[in-house]
Design a protein around this ligand. Sequence first.
Ligand code: PMT
Length: 327
Amino acid sequence: MDAPNGSQDTEQTLDSQVKAFFDSAPPLQNRNDIIQKLNHFIQLNSLSSENGIGKRIVCVTSGGTTAPLEQRCVRYVDNFSSGHRGATSTEYFLKAGYAVIFLYRRGSFQPFCRSLPDDPLLDCFEATEGLNIQVGEAYSKAVKTAIVDHHAAVNSGLLLKLPFSTIFEYLQMLQIISKPMKDIGPRAMFFLAAAVSDFYVPWKDMVEHKIQSGSHILDVKLVQVPKMLSVLRKDWAPVAFCISFKLETDSNILIKKARGALEKYNMHAVVANELSTRKEQVVVVTIDDKITVQRDKSKADDDVENPLIKLLSQRHSAYIEDSKRMR
Ligand code: PMT
């Protein structure tokens, strides 16, 4: 998902691209509401802890962003991401003791719902003779687990779910989230698993109404979305522990590209994954390591995210300890 000439930007052109992007973006409707929820969430999880320094908080981004083609959007450019990685990782982060801000694409996979069928409402429930509704036998355990675990995480203030659809919403929300995350220093982690659009139509260049069919060729000019990873690291939350992802379909270039991203965007780790094997194995690339992480195939219900989040959680703890020593 790289732009053809993606690595040639100077810092100055990146800054102007970032400015142009945010200037052109339609403002978020619920901006104040999001800020309020976030501040409350981060405050709550900064007070509660066993060691007196507050919980570790991770922002997990999940699913794909859309790039609309019309202001009153009928059509958009989308990508393949299902949100499985982000949703599953969220469950393991919660197990590892994190509070999680789950920034997810509307309609994508949700934490604790992976064992449910595609259409849970219609497939899991059935009408009894008196027209009461009950959970069908086949999904009884999965539905109970999903409801109990989901409510426990949300009600105890450990899971905050924030939905996005477009690239405009996603990047504005990421920026908003990074502000209070910056204040908690090294306790903050970004786990950037979302598949972010590389190209978009700037709002001011977009037609207002539905593009009419009829002409043979649809001529739309897409502009490169500025890579926000370096902005996040440099300005938005410079002390947070940052994990980005690198997806390729060609295994021969995957590790080289991940290493390139690690250095270029100054990430703490890049999780390299190949499209077809992404649920089985990933490679965690750091400045001095390259660790292959695999799902335990002897267990039918194990996920690659299980050992992945264990590893990242350990690295994050070490990073927090190092930061304390350097103070
Ligand atoms: O959702 P699933 O179906 O479970 O699939 C999971 C996944 C394959 C989507 C996930 O594991 C993954 O690899 N996500 C990142 C995919 C991607 O967009 O790769 P990329 O090489 O285009 O981007 C690399 C990184 O830059 C990403 O962390 C992305 O968040 C970030 N990025 C990308 C473009 C952009 N303009 N700004 C960014 O910050």
